[in-house]
Design a binder for this molecule. Structure first.
Ligand code: FDA
Length: 402
C-alpha cells in the first residue's frame, strides 16, 4: 500500500476523548502518521462536562493506591512515567490558569474548554488527521495492518489504539465498542459496573429519611473487607432518592450489591461516651445538644426518625438510650438497594483485562499492534482527578510506543 494513500496511516486511534487525544498528540509529535476517529459531532464532551465544567484534570498526589483494578500493580509503570507534574507542565505551557480546590485536586480557573483546546493544539502540532463524526463499522486485521471500515471509507494502519472509554453517560456517546473489539480478538474482560455513582435505597425504607434531603455534612464512610475495603472521610449529601456527595461517589466504587455501608455522621466525636460521661454536667435537652454538633435540620430529623424526644433532658435518660443514640450516629449501617447506574456514573469499573496488556505500551500481547488506553481498561481511579491522570498516562504510554 502506497504511503501517498490518504487513508493509510501508521496509527489509527478510535475515540478522541482524553486518552485518545493525548495518545494522538504524542505519536504525531514523534513523526508518526496518525488518524483520530470519533463518532461524536462535538469534541471531547466528557472533558467539557467534567469537574462541573472546570475539569479536575489531575491530582497532585496521584499514585497506584488511588486506582481499582483486578491487577492493581499494572498502572504503576505508566503513572510513574507520566506524572501529574508532567501534565501540570503542559497546562502551564499553554498558559491555562488553574487552582487546587481540595485534597490535591487541580481545576481550571475558567473552563474545561481550555483543556480541550490544549489537547487539540497538541494534536495539530503532531499533524494528526481527523475523521469526525465518523462511524466505525468493522475492524479487521491482516498480517501487517488493521483495516477499519468506517462511514468515511476504509482506513488502514499498522497500529490500532482503542480509546473509546467506558459505558458511563450513554447520552453523550458512550458505547461498549472497546469491549466488542476485545472480544473479537479473544481478549478477556473484567465484568463492568458503574462507579463514582449515587446510591439508591428501597423506597419504603427511605421514606422517613426523605425529609433530610438537601442536608450536607462531612462523614466517614466504609464498606467491604480486607483488600476490597473502601474507607473515606468526605462530604455526604442526603437526596430525595438516597445518598450522594463525594463520600458516596467514592464508596460506590467499592460497594458490592447486597452489602451494607457504615457511616459515621460525627467522626470527630464518640457520641455515646460523651453523652454518658458528661450526663451530670450536660444540662441541655437532646435537641439543643445535637444541634451543636450537627446541622439543625439533621439534629431534629435524626431524633424524630430514631424515636427520641428532642425535649428530653439528657440527665434523665438511661445510659442504654444514650448508647443507642450514639451508635445510630457513629455507626449508621445502611443497605443500598442499587445505584443510579451508568446514566449518572462518572466512570465504569472493570473493562479490558490488563493481564492481556503490556504495562509499558498498553499493547495486547496476543495481538501485536492493538492497544487499549483510558477508561476502556480495567483501571478505575477514585474521585478527584485520578481518572484523567490515568487517561493522560496510558495515552502517553501507548503514544510513545506505537
Ligand atoms: P472518554 O469518554 O473521554 O472518550 C471516549 C471517546 O470515544 C469519546 O469521544 C466518544 O465519543 C468516543 N467513542 C465512544 N464509542 C465510540 C464508537 N463506537 N466509535 C467512535 N467513537 C466512540 N475524571 C477526572 O479525573 N476529573 C473530573 O473532574 C471528572 N469529572 C467527570 C464528570 C462526569 C459527569 C463524568 C461522566 C466523568 C468525569 N470524569 C472525571 C471521568 C473522566 O471523564 C473519564 O475517566 C475520562 O474522560 C476517560 O477518558 P477516555 O479517553 O478513556 O474516554
Amino acid at each position: 500500500m502506497s504511503k501517498n494513500n490518504p487513508n493509510q496511516f501508521d496509527v489509527a486511534i478510535i475515540g478522541a476523548g482524553a486518552a485518545g487525544m493525548m495518545c494522538a498528540a504524542v505519536a504525531g509529535q514523534r513523526g508518526r502518521r496518525v488518524v483520530l476517529i470519533d463518532h461524536a459531532s462535538k469534541l471531547a464532551e466528557k472533558i467539557r462536562i467534567s469537574g462541573g465544567g472546570r475539569c479536575n484534570f489531575t491530582n497532585v498526589g496521584a499514585g497506584p493506591q488511588h486506582y481499582l483494578s483486578q491487577n492493581p500493580h499494572f498502572c504503576r509503570s505508566a503513572l510513574s512515567r507520566y506524572t501529574p507534574q508532567d501534565f501540570i507542565g503542559l497546562v502551564k505551557r499553554h498558559r491555562i490558569g488553574f487552582h487546587e480546590k481540595h485534597k490535591g485536586q487541580l481545576f481550571c480557573d475558567d473552563s474545561a474548554e481550555d483543556i480541550i483546546a490544549m489537547l487539540k493544539a497538541e494534536c495539530d502540532a503532531g499533524n494528526v488527521s481527523w475523521r469526525m463524526p465518523c462511524t466505525v463499522q468493522e475492524v479487521g486485521k491482516s498480517a501487517e495492518q488493521f483495516r477499519i471500515a468506517t462511514s468515511a471509507g476504509e482506513i488502514q494502519a499498522s497500529s490500532l489504539v482503542i480509546a473509546t472509554g467506558g459505558l458511563s453517560i450513554p447520552k453523550i456517546g458512550a458505547t461498549d465498542f472497546a469491549y466488542r473489539i476485545a472480544r473479537q480478538f479473544d481478549l478477556k474482560l473484567v465484568e463492568t459496573r458503574p462507579g463514582l455513582v449515587p446510591l439508591t435505597f428501597d423506597g419504603k425504607a427511605w421514606q422517613s429519611l426523605t425529609e433530610l434531603a438537601g442536608i450536607a455534612l462531612e462523614v466517614e464512610v466504609e464498606t467491604g473487607v480486607k483488600k476490597e475495603r473502601g474507607h473515606f472521610l468526605e462530604d455526604l449529601l442526603f437526596t430525595h432518592r438516597g445518598l450522594s456527595g463525594p463520600a458516596i461517589l467514592q464508596i460506590s466504587s467499592f460497594w458490592k450489591p447486597g452489602t451494607p455501608l457504615t457511616l459515621n455522621l460525627l467522626p470527630q466525636l464518640d457520641v455515646a461516651d460523651t453523652l454518658i460521661e458528661g450526663k451530670g454536667a450536660l444540662k441541655k435537652n437532646l435537641g439543643n445538644l445535637l444541634a451543636q454538633w450537627l446541622p439543625n435540620r439533621l439534629a431534629e430529623g435524626w431524633l424524630k426518625i430514631n424515636g427520641f424526644d428532642a425535649g428530653a433532658r439528657i440527665a434523665d435518660m438511661p445510659d442504654k438510650s444514650l448508647k443507642k443514640l450514639g451508635d445510630s450516629l457513629n455507626r449508621w449501617v445502611i443497605l443500598p438497594s442499587g445505584s443510579e447506574g451508568y446514566r449518572k456514573a462518572e466512570v465504569t469499573l472493570g473493562g479490558v483485562d490488563t493481564r492481556e496488556l503490556s504495562q509499558q505500551t498498553m499493547m495486547a500481547s496476543k495481538v501485536p499492534g492493538l492497544h487499549f488506553i483510558g477508561e476502556a481498561m480495567d483501571v478505575t481511579g477514585w474521585l478527584g482527578g485520578y481518572n484523567f491522570q490515568w487517561a493522560w498516562a496510558s495515552g502517553v504510554a501507548a503514544g510513545s510506543a506505537v
